[in-house]
Design a protein around this ligand. Structure first.
Ligand SMILES: Nc1nc2c(c(=O)[nH]1)N[C@H]1C(S)=C(S)[C@@H](COP(=O)(O)OP(=O)(O)OC[C@H]3O[C@@H](n4cnc5c(N)ncnc54)[C@H](O)[C@@H]3O)O[C@H]1N2
Ligand code: MOO
Ligand SMILES: [Mg+2]
Length: 415
């Protein structure tokens, strides 16, 4: 056996992130139906192709009038105007409103030429073919002029924007029945380990069910990718090599879990010793997941995450998610960080920075963080409660109650 397993060059998390991100190029794009676009990443700029509103629009149900005709109007002394027509929403007025006239009009309808104000129905009283108005109106009152909200050619959305409710409303307004978005990265997910059972299999001595693949598949989806869950792989390098190469035919990214440490059967390490790919790193100054490795193989990135569930989870958040975000055109690849107050002692020191799964409490204008539960690399039960990763600096001391600590937010910024 070569010495590779034991001779590894330590890199810092930030350096490992930059290395892997230097290989990321935004994916190509595809055209999808607007109704399928929620959460997708816009790949084209959107500008106003017409003004909004594109006609003078009434803001109320009432009567379109000449403001000048209402000058003497008051509740005690209404002014009578001749009604010319009724203009419902969607209709085109037939007559211009002349002095002494009014057109009955509904909210959202075109204000007829001549009129420069719309008086609310509540301030009027019909009287035969006339209407009595009881309020003095200012010019332009209750009328949205053309382009009031958006002018022709106003820039509205830039490529890389995530499509949510507001974006969808704009796209619909400007007639985008389909919209160009970045293609979702397809991520092949492999768990390695002869001890692993498929989810549907009964327990056996020494064996456990594969949980990492399903956890990672959710993380891939959270990051905007398409997970391809592959069958569990045994600790046999030939089998692993063949399976990964086959998956590269249709995946943009390969993620494996397990087999990256120094054990006899750590199969990814065996693969790295003999493959024709480029190893980017194989030891990161972090807990959990110090043996996390990554490489480029046949132009595809391979993220070899540690098998321990906590380490797999954290390794994905620190390396795979930023990479997927970069493929999707995000300008902010790594998670946002804030400073928070630690609300308990965390005395477990470590030679490497520690990324502790945490929960957050908002109180008195500050954010406090607490470990989500037991936090060993082998423990998975606290992953479900992790809202953030609390960064405990390297060193023997750990951190103390009340310390200000770096916190990585696991929720994504939208641009
Ligand atoms: N002598 C040393 N031993 C270990 C070291 C070391 O430096 N020297 N590092 C430890 C650290 S740190 C970690 S982390 C683990 C890393 O192990 P691997 O990434 O090689 O992962 P495995 O050995 O394959 O599995 C570890 C653990 O996780 C369980 N596992 C694996 N895959 C799954 C899955 N898909 N679903 C659920 N659980 C899974 C596996 O059964 C093992 O219990 O190594 C330490 N050892
Ligand atoms: O690197 Mo391992 O840190 O215990 O998870
Ligand atoms: Mg191992």
């Amino acid at each position: 056996m070569s010495e590779y397993r034991f001779q590894r060059k330590l890199v810092q998390v930030e350096e490992a992130q930059q290395t892997i991100l230097s290989y990321a190029r935004p994916l190509n794009t595809e055209e999808i139906a607007l109704e399928e676009s929620f959460g997708r990443r816009l790949a084209e700029p959107v500008a106003a192709s017409h003004p909004v509103p594109h006609f003078r629009r009434s803001g109320v149900d009432g009567y379109a009038v000449h403001a000048a005709d209402s000058e003497a109007a008051s509740p005690g002394q209404p002014v009578a105007l001749q009604v010319t027509e009724t203009i419902p929403c969607g209709a085109v007025p037939v007559h211009a409103v002349k002095r002494g006239q009014a057109a009955r009009i509904m909210t959202g309808a075109i204000v007829p030429d001549g009129a420069d104000a719309v008086i609310m129905l509540e301030m009027t009283e019909p009287s035969g073919d006339k209407v009595n108005i009881r309020k003095r109106m200012a010019p332009d009152e209750n009328i949205s002029p053309v382009g009031h909200e958006m002018r022709y050619n106003d820039p509205l959305l830039q490529p890389g924007r995530t499509i949510g409710p507001g974006e969808a409303a704009l796209l619909a307004t400007f007639g985008y029945k389909t919209v160009r978005v970045y293609r979702k990265p397809r991520v092949g997910i492999f768990s390695t380990g002869t001890e692993l059972l498929e989810v549907g299999q009964p327990l056996e001595a020494g064996k456990i069910r594969n949980s990492n693949s399903y956890m990672l598949a959710c993380q891939v989806q959270e990051a905007g990718g398409i997970p391809l869950i592959m069958p569990v792989l045994p600790d046999e390098p030939d089998v692993v090599e063949a399976a990964l190469l086959a998956a590269m035919q249709h995946a943009d990214v390969i993620v494996t879990s397990g087999g990256v440490s120094v054990g006899d059967k750590d199969v990814l390490v065996d693969l790295f010793e003999r493959w024709d790919g480029t190893l980017l790193f194989n030891k990161v100054a972090m807990r959990p997941g110090s043996p996390t490795s990554a490489g480029i193989w046949r132009d595809k990135p391979l993220f070899a995450l540690s098998g321990n569930p906590g380490a797999s989870f954290v390794g994905f958040e620190l390396f795979v998610r930023p990479y997927l975000r970069a493929l999707l055109g995000y300008t902010t690849a790594v998670h946002r960080e804030i400073q928070c107050f630690l609300e308990t002692d965390y005395s477990k020191g470590s030679a490497y920075p520690r990324y502790v799964r945490g929960t957050m409490t908002y109180r008195d204008g500050s954010v406090f963080v607490q470990p989500a539960g037991k936090d060993k690399s082998s423990i998975m039960v606290s992953i479900k409660d992790a809202e953030c990763l609390i960064c405990i600096p390297a060193g023997g001391r750990g951190a103390s109650d009340g310390d200000s600590v770096r916190v990585i937010l696991l929720k994504e910024p939208s641009a």
